[in-house]
Write a protein that binds this ligand. Structure first.
Ligand code: KMH
Ligand code: ZN
Length: 274
């Protein structure tokens, strides 16, 4: 089986310090959380940025500072800026970090209810627009799917030549309003993919570690981090992203799956750096 790629989603746009004090806001905090996650075993940092007061932003300058700070302490790590941003942002606002030509970024592949009146909107035309902007810059997209219909959307856009190979999916499961993260859901999604596609799982809340273990067993890859889940075990807050990554490393050991370095992750995914 391929080595395991661990992505650390260190920050997100929704979770705040009142939920878990380790959620990073400042550039120094983002640098520190990314570094500790990398040392623990993460080869990809899924990156959102905040203003110093915690307000989510897709500001290009803020991303530039955060990326520079992370690269200072872990020069080989893969940085994957979010193009999802926060609910309500415009497409061009969300796309700002792509102007920095990162080697990877997310591409959200459908709309999903986020609870209450919040809808994370990604129409078909939005996805096409994002895909064009991402591919024209030579950036490798991670295809974020919050359910099976998003996988189908990707496969339709692949047939039309808009989404290109190699395809790397992320199943973001357990969002309030999205597909659940049970074993049945996981198998359904995994079996819907073309044989040559790769995938990672991001289990939201209580699904984080059960999905991680399933992905480890079945040859997928794993994303964990405070963006997705703030607890290390039921009711016990995690002491930062490092602890969440270390728990996945332990699960991987149990199932005899080795951890990929960033360079190995690039080979597994087919990322070609310019
Ligand atoms: N914060 C969510 C609205 C992504 O990073 O691409 C979107 C999100 C997905 O987190
Ligand atoms: Zn995100």
């Amino acid at each position: 089986m391929e080595k395991l790629i661990i992505t650390a989603a260190i920050c997100g746009a929704e979770v705040m310090k009142v939920h878990n004090e380790y959620v990073p806001y400042t550039i120094a905090e983002i640098q520190s959380e990314a570094y500790k996650a990398y040392i623990a075993g993460a080869s990809i940092i899924h990156l959102h940025v905040r203003e110093d007061d915690g307000t989510p932003t897709q500001n290009k300058v803020r991303f530039e500072k955060a990326i520079k700070a992370i690269k200072e302490v872990c020069p080989d790590v893969i940085i994957q800026p979010s193009t999802g941003g926060a609910v309500g942002m415009t497409n061009d606002e969300r796309l700002q970090p792509t102007e920095l030509y990162p080697e990877m970024c997310t591409l959200d592949c459908g709309s999903v209810n986020f609870g209450g009146d919040e809808v994370f909107i990604n129409t078909e035309n939005d996805i096409i627009y994002f895909a064009e902007k991402i591919y024209e810059k030579g950036i490798f997209p991670e295809l974020e799917c919050f359910g099976k219909m998003h996988v189908d959307q990707v496969l339709n856009l692949y047939k039309k030549g808009i989404i290109k190979e190699p395809m790397h999916f992320s199943f973001v499961l357990g969002v309030n309003g999205g597909q659940s993260g049970t074993e049945r859901d996981f198998i359904f999604l995994k079996e819907s993919l073309p044989n040559n596609a790769t995938y990672s799982v991001a289990g939201i809340g209580k699904f984080e570690f059960s999905l991680a273990e399933l992905a480890i067993i079945h040859g997928g890859h794993v994303r964990v981090g405070l963006e997705d889940n703030i607890y290390i075990s039921k009711g016990v807050l995690a002491n930062g992203n490092e602890e969440l990554v270390l728990k996945v490393v332990e699960l991987a050991k149990t199932h005899k799956r080795e951890i990929a370095t960033p360079e190995e992750a690039r080979k597994i995914l087919g990322i070609k750096r310019p």
